[in-house]
Design a protein around this ligand. Structure first.
Ligand code: ZZB
Length: 258
């Protein structure tokens, strides 16, 4: 899989994370790195998700920067010229996903320059970086989870204002308009992030619609098809130092976990 790693710079740590991180990052700037297949949707980021069951590391990429992701993700990165020493993982500390929740981060290219880290039940530790940036206009999983969090802020131990950013129209399709994910969640009668089966179907449809029939309604490539704009948005982010290519070497992953 060819992902884009989105660099979401930490603006302010949650209280719990601040305690654990203090004095351990050697003055480096710290970024959560979210793996996405949809760089063209980054204009509509409203938050970022971490898994509540997942352990994350803070990894030194070089003297100036450190990245938050799973150990597995960091290890893959060391073979892709993303860290300055090839094949070597330099973990500064380990931290539970739950402790990162509430951290304020930058969301590159989003209409909301700063957003919050929120919890998601279904983040897979075995995919990408374990950090997922959230685009509720175009990702049914993100929309369903955001609605859960708004309905039950106390249960999820979040402050309501962290989940208050409204979905933003990013691209338009003939069938679903400019709010593809909310439309699909409604159509498939998805109640919550726990409706895994319907969400998988919704995701499939949203991918196809967006990619084959979508037109950008925001940003530098507004008016262009998603097929044209995808690589252009990605290149623009990469050239500004806001993102990097991150590949998931499937053969390698399988051989290491077996
Ligand atoms: C932003 C985004 C916007 C995404 C969208 C999707 C959509 P796939 O196809 O199954 O490989 N993701 C990334 N890592 C994880 C993880 N560890 N656990 C759970 N979800 C993860 O899925 C790749 C997409 O799943 C990624 O692209 C990321 O969310 C999420 F409008 O980033 B995406 C219709 C989907 N729309």
């Amino acid at each position: 899989q060819e992902y884009t790693g989105i660099k979401m710079e930490v603006v302010q740590w949650s209280e719990a994370a601040a305690k654990e991180i203090e004095g351990k990052v050697g003055g480096r700037k710290v970024y959560l790195v979210a793996a996405t297949l949809r760089p063209e949707t980054m204009y509509g980021q409203t938050n970022c998700f971490v898994g509540t069951q997942i352990k994350y590391g803070v990894f030194a990429a070089n003297d100036k920067e450190a990245y938050v992701c799973t150990y597995r993700g960091a290890r893959n990165m060391t073979f892709q010229g993303i860290f300055d020493v090839r094949g070597q993982v330099n973990q500064l500390l380990e931290i539970d996903g739950t402790k990162i929740v509430g951290t304020k981060i930058k969301a590159p290219f989003s209409v909301y320059p700063e957003v919050y880290v929120l919890p998601m039940d279904n983040v897979l530790a075995t995919k990408g970086t374990g950090v997922v940036t959230s685009v509720p206009s175009d990702s049914p999983d993100d929309y369903a989870t955001l609605m859960d969090l708004r309905k039950k802020a106390e249960f999820y131990k979040i402050q309501p204002e962290w989940a208050a950013f409204e979905p933003v129209p990013v691209l338009s399709t003939p069938t679903y308009g400019d709010m593809t994910a909310p439309a699909l969640v409604k159509q498939l009668k998805i109640q919550s992030q726990k409706d895994i089966k319907q969400l998988a179907e919704a995701k499939e449809i949203a991918y196809k619609e967006g990619f084959y029939s979508g037109t950008m309604v925001i940003g530098e490539f507004k008016g262009q098809s998603v097929q044209e704009a995808k690589a252009k948005v990605r290149d623009s982010m990469v050239s500004q130092g806001l993102a990097f290519a991150y590949a998931e070497p499937e053969g390698l992953v399988i051989s290491r976990s077996s």
